[in-house]
Ligand binder design. Structure first.
Ligand code: NAD
Length: 359
């Protein structure tokens, strides 16, 4: 039996996680796939109730779970706290504690929502790409780093460093994901300029030889940024380092134009993972029943696909979301003329209903 730890967090986090729990229980009765659900504290509410944004008990529960499903953390109430008590420290802390080195950010644009993008409809309609970013290494953590004075001038410096096993691990995660999707992996680097990227490309090529069933290509990061905006549908899965992935995944996310629709996953070496919507706690609409639960539902789908080995359930949830968009139901963030505006509960109920219609 799989164990899921749910961490609602703050703001709309509690509202969307409540709906995700209903979804998981609907999946249980439809597919006979039983999950044990535990609940824990993270973020501002954890500061209020346990004195820390990441209580030890939450870490212990997370380590025992096959997957963690997180809502969102943060809000104005905690903005003035010391840095170590800020809700966001809870997020960074749990990522480190679980060794989540692979960040998976799909950019999916349901054709029904193509008008929400700033790009032309034909360029983005039906977009379905996955960006995999290395999350625990590279220039964000490399040493030496800092600032010093050289010849009377201030100099700032960081080190972009990857060991071959770190590269092989994330590139392999790329192959594994591509195998579950369209079978194509594009490794993104800057091998024409950076030595660290030269190593990246060598290792990616070597890992590719062990994964002959997936088609591997390489692309320089500047070209990748251009291609993402010019013709994003050419990609299936992209894998890249921490810095390039940070930038490219935000760029890809914006292609879809709707933050309330974007899921994410972060995985560790044992295949356990943390799943969360890309958006934050939306304090401006918290408690009003307007939050879009779909990013969380799509994150739940990723959980079934990547940590619980039930791609069939993931497919069914994604199809149910699409069916509800076909019915013209929209929360405020994705609303357009001619559609029916609904709140969190109605949107969630419609997706669960659509899921129950599939067999
Ligand atoms: P946000 O994503 O919370 O909100 C940005 C805008 O998008 C707001 O207008 C909000 O109403 C809207 N929005 C976001 N999610 C929505 C949804 N599901 N349905 C409908 N509308 C939605 O970003 P922000 O306002 O910059 O940050 C608010 C708080 O969230 C801050 O404390 C920030 O630190 C935190 N935050 C947390 C995470 C996380 O938990 N992973 C991520 C980003 C921001």
């Amino acid at each position: 039996m799989s164990k899921i730890l749910v961490l609602p967090g703050d703001g709309i986090g509690t509202e969307i996680i409540d709906e995700a729990i209903k979804l998981i229980s609907a999946v249980e009765s439809l597919f006979g796939f039983h999950c044990e659900i535990e609940q824990g504290l993270i973020g501002g509410i954890a500061v209020d109730q346990a004195g820390s944004p990441l209580p030890e008990q939450t870490v212990a529960l997370a380590k025992q779970a096959d997957a963690v499903l997180l809502g969102a953390v943060g809000g104005p109430k905690w903005d003035q706290l010391d840095r170590h008590l800020r809700p966001e420290r809870g997020l960074l802390g749990i990522r480190a504690e679980l060794g989540l080195f692979a960040n998976l950010r799909p950019a999916i644009l349901f054709p029904q929502l193509a008008a929400a993008s700033t790009l032309k409809e034909e360029v983005v309609s039906g977009l379905d790409i996955l960006i995999i970013r290395e999350l625990t290494g590279g220039i964000y953590f490399g040493e030496p780093r800092g600032e010093k004075v050289v010849d009377g001038k201030r100099v700032g410096f960081n080190t972009m460093i990857y060991q071959e096993d770190e590269i092989a691990r994330i590139v392999q995660a790329g192959f594994d994901a591509a195998r579950k999707r369209g079978g194509r992996l594009c490794s993104v680097d800057k091998a024409n300029v950076l030595d660290v990227s030269g190593l990246w490309r060598d290792v990616a090529t070597a890992v590719g030889e062990k994964n002959p069933d997936v088609e591997l290509s390489h692309m320089y990061v500047d070209n990748a940024a251009m291609q993402l905006v010019r013709a994003p549908k050419q990609f299936d899965v992209m894998v890249t380092g921490n810095l390039f992935g940070d930038i490219l995944s935000d760029c890809a996310a914006m292609l879809t134009g709707s933050i309330g629709m974007l899921p994410s996953a972060s995985l560790n070496e044992s295949g356990a993972g943390m799943y969360e919507p890309v958006h934050g706690s939306a304090p401006d609409i918290a408690g009003t029943g307007q939050a879009n639960p779909l990013a969380t539902f799509l994150s739940t789908a990723m959980m079934y696909r990547h940590s619980l080995e039930r791609a069939d359930i993931a497919d069914a949830i994604e199809a149910a979301v699409s069916a509800v968009l076909d019915q013209g139901l929209r929360t405020g963030d994705i609303f357009s003329d001619g559609c029916k505006k609904v709140g969190t509960l109605e949107m969630s109920g419609a997706v669960i209903n659509a899921l129950q219609q599939t067999d």
